[in-house]
Write a protein that binds this ligand. Sequence first.
Ligand SMILES: [Ca+2]
Length: 343
Amino acid sequence: MKSCYSTQFLIWAALLFFNFSVLGLAEEKKDDSPELSQARSDFQKQVKTMLDPITKKYIQRLEDLKKKLGAKGDIDGAKAVQDEITRLKSIAPDSLENEPNSKDATTEKVLLGKWSFEKKDRSYSAIWTFQKDGIVLSNNGTPRGNWEIRKDVVYINWGGSAWEEFVLPLNPNSTECNSHVGGSKCGVAKKKTSTENCLVIWNQHNAHHDDRGTKKVNIIFYDNNQEINKIENQELKWEKGKDCKNTFSLPDKEFDKVRVEIIEHIGLSGGLSEIEIWKDGENIALKSKVSVSGVFSNNNDYSGDRLIDGITSSSAEGVGFWLLHDKATGWCELSDFNKTVKK
Ligand SMILES: [Ca+2]
């Protein structure tokens, strides 16, 4: 304990020394020379640099102690610790500002965006969106809370006594979580891959045959049967044995139908594996109605609904992709999805 008090004494002494206005030292005077002002400024910076890490470490220790006492039900003890924190902050507020360090900056970079959270007993799950302004949004339960990076966790305060924590370091594939219901490591969070609002067209290569594909398309967006946007002569990526993904922007206006015209094909005929329309993290094409100009040999294995079965690969024969008749151009249309689609 002796060493503890000695440390506190040094901190208090240093903080008091730092508070120049109290001691009347190193005060700025109107007739000070520029050299003196510069020397004083340098001195103040050096003192601040020395004190900040010590002060922050002490504050963190006090915060931990307050939490520990609060958990034990020692309200008076926790209050005494809080009073100590308040006193410290009133003496040297500048040195206690939460300046972002490189570790916190890295944590924040990984954190920002959408995470799926699920209790290990599957009693609760939600998608949480972490915003740069310290707000976190939830699609289930309390819709809005605040987050902050602490020593070992990202602390999420939902208001009242509700909270959750992501244990650091963050692992986008699986981060352990603590909760006010369930306690330590009762949940797992996973970062959701952010998908911009866009149209995705997956080309096909006709399984092991590698003899068919789409070379060029026109993409047309409609609203109430009125053409609102047309992207012409777009060359699609195609490679033998590979599932090639092609991404396009959505129009700024609302649309309720998308038409993809195959104007040039590779080998024997054109076709596509999948069309995705990504809106706020959801592929709304999966719920759409599909029409096509034709199907190879009228074979249902290559029908239009293969465009929205969620299978983006054409590696298996007759599975997951649409084909046109031999040597024919053609088109497909997706409609009847949410009409309020916006970019
Ligand atoms: Ca498919």
